[in-house]
Design a protein around this ligand. Structure first.
Ligand SMILES: NC(=O)c1ccc[n+]([C@@H]2O[C@H](COP(=O)([O-])OP(=O)(O)OC[C@H]3O[C@@H](n4cnc5c(N)ncnc54)[C@H](OP(=O)(O)O)[C@@H]3O)[C@@H](O)[C@H]2O)c1
Length: 330
């Protein structure tokens, strides 16, 4: 496990909970390595104690059965079959996660990530490398948590053409807008979102539409097969909206939502992330709080909508678990 924050910690709990289900599928697991910036590279091929790992201040010293110095040494020392990469997003170039995933595939391990950066910046390269090694590069949790979007297109919608999509893909801004509709100012609603743990301490990434833009880029890259530079996605966040404007929009029957869009246009893609007023007849208007929606337009299904209601961290970690099962069952 590379990165040991919310997502990979929840994955450890989920692996424990689902051990019997996995066993029924002939899958056994043990965690042979954990690495973060602060902890360094911890590896023990015999397996680290999951309960100890989940303790708040686990005794790092006692776990350092080996002392690898870099990702390649670490993967080797851990004898890893699978890497779960869940480190922080680097919007600009997806590093160092891309190097870590590449190292895993080169070392013979499946590479599974919750991180959008490598999907946007290195999807083609990592898929090709995985194919050449007979391994999997999977990233279901990177957009809409664990909802099976990428695997649905890959496994269940063969030969379909995606013409475009629109949706609400960022929970923090959706929660803030919902709070403003209920009477709070932008600042009050942001504070509340931070208090309940939805918004990060530094929420500007979400508020300015960066997180949503990276998700748009990931969907365009993988599902529409087009490379798209982040700076070509027209991007406007929600900071310019006042509480009065948000409430008036809701009362007029056209509430504000931070809408993500991408559409084929000639030989290219037009994509945007910006606050839009949507009519109540549109399914996007009803998606509130931490819920997300994506509405696909394909040549076979004119409208195919997937809605995720109130996802928790388990949903994200479930995406990693489902990828794990897919990777080791193939
Ligand atoms: N949380 C969600 O609901 C959610 C949903 C979908 C996708 N994701 C994605 O999943 C990833 C992880 O999210 P999270 O919520 O678990 O984040 P988090 O709680 O902030 O944890 C991030 C972890 O990554 C480690 N890390 C960061 N940069 C690193 C580096 N260069 N080398 C080694 N370790 C590094 C951190 O270690 P230190 O603390 O030691 O620095 C920390 O353990 C992110 O890319 C996020 O966008 C999250």
């Amino acid at each position: 496990m590379l990165g040991f924050g919310n997502v990979n910690r929840t994955l450890v709990r989920l692996l424990q909970e689902k051990t019997a289900d996995l066993r029924r599928r002939q899958i056994a697991w043990r965690i042979t390595g954990v690495a973060t910036r602060r902890l360094g590279w911890i590896a023990d091929p015999q397996g680290l104690d999951p309960s100890l790992l989940l303790e708040k201040n686990f005794p790092v010293g006692s776990l350092k059965a080996t002392a690898p110095r870099n990702v390649r040494d670490w993967l080797h020392a851990a004898q890893a079959d699978v890497l779960f990469e869940a480190t922080s997003l680097n919007v600009q170039d997806g590093q160092p996660a891309i190097d870590h995933l590449r190292a895993a595939l080169e070392a013979g391990a499946h590479a599974i990530t919750a991180n959008k950066g490598p999907v946007v910046h290195a999807h083609k390269e990592l898929c090709a490398l995985a194919d050449s090694k007979g391994l999997s590069f999977l990233f279901e949790s990177s957009v809409m948590d664990g909802v099976p979007i990428f695997s649905m297109f890959r496994d269940s919608l063969p030969a379909i053409h995606l013409r475009g999509f629109r949706g609400i893909l960022n929970s923090t801004t959706n929660v803030i807008l919902s709070g403003m509709e209920e009477g709070l100012s932008f600042e009050q609603s942001l504070k509340k979102a931070q208090e309940v743990g939805v918004a990060e301490t530094d929420p500007m990434h979400d508020i300015e539409g960066w997180d949503a833009a990276v998700k748009v880029a990931a969907l365009v890259t993988v599902l529409m097969g087009e490379k798209i530079a982040l700076d070509t996605i027209q991007r406007e966040g929600i900071r310019g909206l006042s509480g009065e404007a948000v409430r008036a929009a809701r009362e007029s029957g056209h509430p504000y939502k931070l809408v993500c869009r991408a559409q084929r246009h000639g030989n290219g893609i037009r994509a945007s992330v910006r606050p839009e007023q949507v009519p109540l007849s549109d399914p996007l208007a009803w998606v509130a709080g931490t819920s997300n929606i994506v509405y696909f337009e394909t040549d076979m299904f004119p409208g195919l909508a997937i809605t995720e209601i109130n996802p928790g961290l388990e949903a994200t970690s479930y995406g990693l678990l489902a990828d794990f099962i897919r990777a080791v069952s193939d």
